[in-house]
Structures are given as structure tokens and as C-alpha cells.
Design a protein around this ligand. Sequence first.
Ligand code: PEP
Ligand code: MG
Length: 547
Amino acid sequence: MAALQLTGVGVSPGRASGPVVRVAEPLGEPSAVPAPTDVEAEAGRIAPAAAAVADRLTAKAATVEGDSRAVLETTAAMATDPALAKQAAKLVRERALPAPRAVFEAANVFAASLEAAGGYLAERAQDVRDVRDRIVAELLGIDPPGVPELAGPSVLVARDLAPADTAGLDPAKVLALVTEEGGPTSHTAILARSLGIPAVVAVRGVLALDAEGLIVDGATGSVEVPDGPVEVVAAAVQAEPEWDGVGRTSDGQRVKIIANVGSAEDAATSVAAGAEGVGLFRTEFCYLSATTEPSVEAQRAAYAKVLSPFQGKPVVVRTLDAGADKPLPFLTPEDEPNPALGVRGLRIGREQQGVLDRQLEAIAAAAEDSGAEVSVMAPMVATAEEAAWFAERVRAAGLPRAGVMIEIPAAALSAKEILAEVDFVSLGTNDLAQYVFAADRMLGALASLNDPWQPALLRLIALVGEAGVELGKPVGVCGEAAADPALGCVLVGLGVTSLSMNAAALARVGSTLGGVTVDACREAARAALAAKDPAQAREVARAALGL
Ligand code: PEP
Ligand code: MG
């Protein structure tokens, strides 16, 4: 029996329960007023607060091993750096600033000088900001922002999580993730799925709950407060349907069933799950916390790790898709009024061609190191001219195949002209839905507009499928739409030649496609295109497929 039940949007399946740990909200800038009445006493609060932060970090370091231990010890040492406390105390005395504001300003000056030094030192700027926030929180008497160190298996509750925070979650400790905000195709949801952590987003009211434990169902979106004490239960591993690892319809039409990856771990999981290759390697996921451009050698090594398990197999590497909810601190312009409509994806590559060319050089070297059959594609392409420009850069780097993503409505409407310039295209249905419905994919409140079964979205996809058939070039789908087994069949009926998805979806999509004919896929596509809304599209397509 549940004492209370809330419902959100289930974005990563699995039922789990356990004690709640809340993720503290970002701090914001501490105020410069009111001025302290006793400046000396205020300045004297800084060093003890920094020492308390360092003690806590050192105690935590003693409970973990390896890299985590080293990171915590280094951060503890930074917190007690006398230069920071001294400079902050000076600001209190000279400008009568409250201590939290003084620490904030002093740390920002340190971080900026590290950034200006470049290289390894610039990488440390983010650590200084982390220490800054911890000392400021200590002075204000509140929890430090971000995901806390977890003492045991827990259900994380947050307003929303940045992709960089989600990528760092330990699936052995995070039983489930529940957010008050967030949308089903946000990168946080995508990362939770790839880590296999049950997740529910857009759960209105969860932050206001005073619950010690929660029962979370990532498939249905239900979040329950138990009547009594909560039991710690991890999500059971889902039974996989039978699939022989070869994507085809029951009458033998080949459709590559391939994986979306963002790390070496994803690559290994995908190979184990039977992926025939990779349809989307999100290279920006390797650099979500990088504050400076990684060197060509560092990129080469990082990419080779992801490519190596796919020796002799096709892998589509996407060049950096920085922007909107995936800002890369070293690339993304700050203070754009509408980041999703801003200088992002390939637009940054055109403004900073050196960054793109260096990445292509690293990808070409990693392709050789790994023996994978590498193609490269660009994100956020709007016109055939952009596609031609990108293809020229790819060929200049000695890479054999260039493609682009179709995720802007203008690109879908120009699919024929774009395909004439490149070797293949891949539909990014997450962004295509967001832009065609003018509905932010990160907002749970707009989840129904971002439903990939929306007939208007399917009609745009149909245009791209037709262009692919006419020009005899491959059209893939690497948005979340490809991970829905019935919708995958509809996409094949619309002319799509490969479906790329998270590892957990491969067997289900592969086995469903293996059970239907290509004619049934086309009939399902015709029915879905003519539907009046997503619910009807689902229903008529499933009926045509006999599902
Ligand atoms: C998409 O937009 O559908 C896509 C696959 O790219 P991303 O989700 O990384 O924006
Ligand atoms: Mg996209």
C-alpha cells in the first residue's frame, strides 16, 4: 500500500525502492549586501569554514578507493589553500563584503587565472569553483550543490540534473532517479537509460514531499511513498527477447540495428547486447566537464577506446554537438538568449574551424588505431550548403564517408539536396520533434508534443525516407524514436535503413522487426501518417503490424 502516489514521465524502465537522497539546488551568486557589522569577525569565519569543508572531504576520501579517493583528497587540499582564505578575508576587510560573497569573488579570480594559464592548469579551474561552492554553502549553513557522495544505495531526487552530473552517477549506488522537471528526450534521460538506472522525470510535487523513502517505477512513471519503512530493492534485470544479432524483417530486408554510445563502457555493453555497429557516437559526452579543448592525442586515445570493440564494424562518429543542455565549457558561447536556437553543433565548427579540423584529425587516427569502419557526421545542419562544407572538411581529413544529421525541419525539407552532398543522413528525432513543435525537449510539461509518434513528425521523416530511396543513399534514425519497437517498424516502412538506440533496446527492436514483413511495415507507416494524433498513430500501426 502506498501512502501517496505521484506520476511523472517514465524515461528509463525498472522498479526500485530505497531511501531518498536529495540533490541540493545550484547556489547562485551570494549577495554582496548587507555589509557585516563586525568586519574582523566576518573575515575570521572563512578559514574555519574552509577547514570544515576540507575535513569532510578528507573523511569521505577515506571511505573510497582509486580515482575517487585521489579527486577528493586533491579537492580537500584546495579547500585549505591559505591563499584563497587570505584573499577572501582581505576582500571582507577592504570592501566590507559578507564572507560568502568574498569567497565567491576571490575564488573566481583564482579560477580565471588558471584558465588563462591554459593546459592542465585550466582543467583545475572547475575544481576551484567546486571548492568555492562548498565553502560558500558552509558559510551559509546549507547543503553544498550537486550530487552528494552516497553512503549506500539511494533514490536520488532532484529538480533536474545536468548531463555531466548524470554521467557521473554510479549505477551500483543509485537505485533510481526522480526529477521534478526534465523531459523524456533530454540528455539526462538518455544517460540514465544508458546507465540502466530507472528514472522518472517531470514529477510535479516530488521536491515538496517529505518522504524518507520512495518506490519508483521507471516504466509507468509512478513514484510512491510507502506506508511503512522503505525496503532497499534494486531494479531486476529485464528478461531479453531472443534475437540473433542480425537486423532484418521476417522476409529478409536488411535493416542495421546499431547502438548509440558516449563512452567506452557504453561500447562494451552494446557489443555484449549484439549491436551490429554504432549509429551515433556522441563525442561531446567525453568532454562534458572539460574546460579546455582536449589535445588531438587525448581525443585520439578517448575515441579509440570507444571504437576498438567495433573492429571491422561500421561506426558513425558525430563531431562535437555542444550547446543547449550539453554546453561544453571550452566551446559554447555564454549568455545566448536561446541556446537551443544558438551557435551550436556544426555552427560552432564553422566559427571555429580549427576545433573541427583537429577533431577530424583525431577521429581519423582513432579509426586507424581501432580498425573500425568509421563514418563521420555533423550535428545541427540546416542547409545543403552546410552539408557540402562539412563533407569537404571530412574528405580533407582523409576520412572516407561523410554524413549529416537531419534534426532541423529545414534540413528534412531539403533532404534531397542534402543527400546529394553527403554519403548518408541520420534522423535525430529528439531535436527534430523539439524544433517542429517549438517544444523544449527538456520540459516535462511539453512531453506530449515531443512524442515521436506525432503524425506531423512522421510526415517529415517520410520526406527524408523518400529522398533516401530516390537517391539510393542510407537514411538512419538515431533519435529515441528508434528504440520503440513498433515505431522502429514504422520508420522502416518510411524508408529508413538503420535504427540506432541505447544498448538495452537492441534485442527488443531487433526481435520485433524480425517478426514482421516489410509490407506490414509500409502498411503501418501509411496508417500512422494518416492518424489524427500520436495515440491513434500507435494504435493503427500496432494493428497493422499485428503487435
Ligand atoms: C537527436 O536529436 O535526436 C539526437 C540523436 O541527438 P541528441 O539527442 O544528442 O541531440
Ligand atoms: Mg540532436
